[in-house]
Design a protein around this ligand. Structure first.
Ligand code: WTA
Length: 651
């Protein structure tokens, strides 16, 4: 049943190398023995409530203690019932209470090289000012605030300001199109949007506010647009709707206490792609999510007070939410935050940053690692990376070649690598090596964290031979699990809980080897992973079909050396010639509909999209064709796959 779209899986299956943690790392690690892990793991499983009660009391601030640890009636979980806390308090004020007020919370570097450092005291003032401004602008508890911003400290500040007053943030990655922003604003009935005049991208200015203006034409619920000045380009401001950050935020006193919020108050929604065309708003709540981000951060990254931690993700994705903001900040970490691209002004930018800020823990994505390999070792060799002690990977499986390069070239063979498997829905890391104890195997996310009970099942929900592999499900509940899909209970139940009763369906295939190590084998659905970004093939198909020249479209992922998967589209057209110009037009059309990240890498004009007798697109056949595993024979301008399709239908 596993049908990996990527050939890399084959290498993974042969992988037998084992890398034990360096003894000097283990000696100082937070979790430093297998027994300690076993004890935590067994306790979380066998005495769930007792375990999480202790964790919650120790690692979060409570305005009012909870009465009950967990109430679970599948698929609905409530954690820390009756308690009151605030994620903004946990991430900011609590650090000040614990004496970390003068410790840098955010060390930021902008793309042009400008820098800022905010201590936890300073961060508190900024978060309070922003929260006060939001109140002044009419935002109330329970309102949704969209955030479409560059990776500036104000992005994290805006998130924490929402959390402070019980408003729900919905961060939209700044690469999405006006259409995508409007869809998300509408779906969430967002009341206010925070953006900036523009953002820097490889020396150019992208006009964010202009994109937002376009989106706001189709976002009736938005009353106010708060605009940060970042690049200084000219932007028209709409009277009565648009306000500058420096006019309304800077003048505030900066003292607003965090509002005590019920544990299950929605903290944020974050849209992600599923197997249908419309992205869904994954809903996370305050206490359980915050605790999960906090515990997993400390366990997996072995965080110590003197670390300089750098997660290279954007806050527009879940990795930025959990491992730039809520996990590390609630643990009082010093986080490096970077606005720019890894190859601007040159391909050594990341390594320059590591050297300059003496980064000790770095968390990045396999797609970036593969790009660095391509750019050449000379960009790395120029820099002293000896400050690094731990490396992390997230977003997709890391192929052993990239793993080895990361280990040797970046880690100098002395840094453990934590390959972390998780999802937007899980809130935080679910499976990962623990750097002080786990002997790693390149390509395996190794073992579940305490609180995580994975199960491997077949399509009918029965156990299968785990070594052979099957659908990866999780035995609920855990504190960080999604609480719902915004405004769509049916989709929540249908997507995650209907396939196997009582189990959370991850949508990934996995196998578990004889040592109990897990290996993720790709998706079971129509989700593709392009440069670590989740996209639904149906979403891209819908965008293509919305172009007047397109009669039908089928989209599949094909293996790509850098991106992991690239987007291949098979398109049948009407009333137009299959020209290069049309190809370009279709690419731009998808970009406009969804965003640059969804732009097809390859568009093939086809005489017809091959379908099964029941009308389903034969994606497996198309995947094989896109990957070059099967030749269509006919390479004329309009490729005809009908013969192949009928042959396949017979086998
Ligand atoms: C994939 C990102 C293999 C997987 C945190 C998952 C991975 C989807 C890994 C979630 C990994 C993420 N090894 N596959 N270490 N990490 N994935 O919601 O298919 O953007 O279901 O969350 O990415 O993507 P999402």
């Amino acid at each position: 049943m596993t049908d990996p779209a990527s050939g890399q899986i084959d290498h993974v299956l042969d992988e037998t190398r084992l890398f034990p943690p360096p003894a000097e790392f283990t000696a100082k690690a937070v979790i430093s023995s297998e027994e300690q892990y076993q004890e935590l793991y067994n306790r979380a499983r066998d005495d769930r409530d007792g375990f999480w009660k202790e964790q919650a009391l120790e690692h979060l601030h409570w305005f009012k203690p909870f009465d009950q640890v967990c109430q679970f009636e599948a698929p609905h979980a409530e954690w820390f019932v009756g308690g009151e806390t605030n994620a903004s308090y946990n991430c900011v004020d609590r650090n000040i209470d614990l004496g970390r007020g003068d410790k840098p919370a955010i060390i930021w570097e902008g793309e042009p090289g400008d820098t800022r450092t905010l201590t936890y005291n300073e961060l508190r003032t900024e978060v309070c000012k922003c929260a006060e401004a939001l109140l002044e602008l009419g935002v109330e508890k329970g309102d949704v605030v969209s955030i479409y911003m560059p990776m500036t400290p104000e992005l994290a500040i805006a998130m924490l300001a929402c959390a402070r007053i019980g408003a729900i943030h919905s961060v939209i990655f700044a690469g999405f199109s006006a259409e995508s922003i409007a869809d998300r604003n509408q779906d969430a009935s967002a009341k206010l949007i925070i953006t900036s005049d523009g953002l820097y991208r490889r020396g150019k200015v992208l006009p964010l506010k202009k994109t937002v203006d376009e989106a706001l034409e189709k976002s009736p619920s938005i009353q106010t647009c708060l605009v940060l000045r970042r690049v200084g380009n000219d932007v028209p401001m709409t009277e009565g709707r648009d306000v500058w950050w420096h006019d309304v935020v800077d003048k505030q006193p900066g003292e607003l206490p965090a509002v005590p919020l019920d544990s299950e108050t929605t903290l944020f929604i974050l849209y992600t792609s599923g197997s249908t065309g419309k992205p869904k708003g994954i809903r996370h709540t305050t206490a359980g999510y915050n605790l999960w981000a906090n515990r997993t951060f400390q366990w997996v990254f072995d965080h110590r007070d003197d670390d300089v931690y750098w997660c290279t993700a954007d806050c527009g994705w879940i990795t930025g939410h959990s491992y730039i903001v809520y996990g590390p900040m609630s643990a009082g970490a010093t986080c490096l935050m970077f606005e720019g691209a890894p190859n601007y002004p040159a391909e050594n930018r990341f390594w320059e940053l590591v050297e300059k800020y003496k980064v000790t823990i770095m968390y990045t994505a396999p797609t970036a690692i593969r790009a660095f390999i391509k750019w050449g070792d000379e960009h790395v060799d120029k820099h002293d990376l000896s400050s690094l002690r731990l490396l992390g990977s997230v977003g997709e499986g890391i192929n052993p070649e990239a793993w080895m390069w990361y280990h040797e070239k970046i880690g100098g063979e002395k840094c453990p690598i934590v390959d972390t498997w998780w999802q937007t829905e899980t809130g935080g890391i679910m499976m990962s090596p623990l750097p002080g104890i786990t002997a790693t195997k390149p390509g395996s996310c190794t073992k579940p964290l305490p609180g995580v009970i994975p199960v491997i099942l077949d399509e009918t929900g029965h156990s299968v031979d785990a070594e052979h592999g099957g659908m990866l499900c999780i035995d609920p509940p855990w504190p960080g699990m999604l609480r719902g899909v915004w405004g769509d209970e049916e989709r929540f139940v249908e997507t995650y809980w209907a396939t196997v009763k009582g189990k959370y369906l991850t949508g990934d295939n996995a196998r578990c080897d004889a040592d109990g190590y897990y290996w993720i084998m790709g998706r079971i659905d129509d989700v593709i992973n392009v440069s670590g970004h989740r996209l639904s093939t149906i979403e891209v198909e819908s965008a293509l079909v919305s172009h007047e020249a397109v009669a039908e479209a089928a989209v599949v992922g094909r293996p790509d050396d850098i991106k992991g998967q690239a987007i291949a589209a098979f398109v049948t057209i009407k009333d137009r010639e299959p020209t290069e110009e049309l190809r370009q037009e279709l690419r731009m059309h998808v970009r406009k509909q969804i965003g640059a990240l969804a732009q097809p890498d390859e568009i093939r004009f086809a005489a017809g999209v091959p379908k099964t007798r029941s009308g389903k697109i034969m994606r497996r056949l198309l995947r094989d064709i896109a990957a070059g595993r099967e030749s269509a024979g006919d390479t004329s301008t309009l490729e005809d796959f009908s013969v192949l399709a009928s042959l396949r239908a017979e086998d």
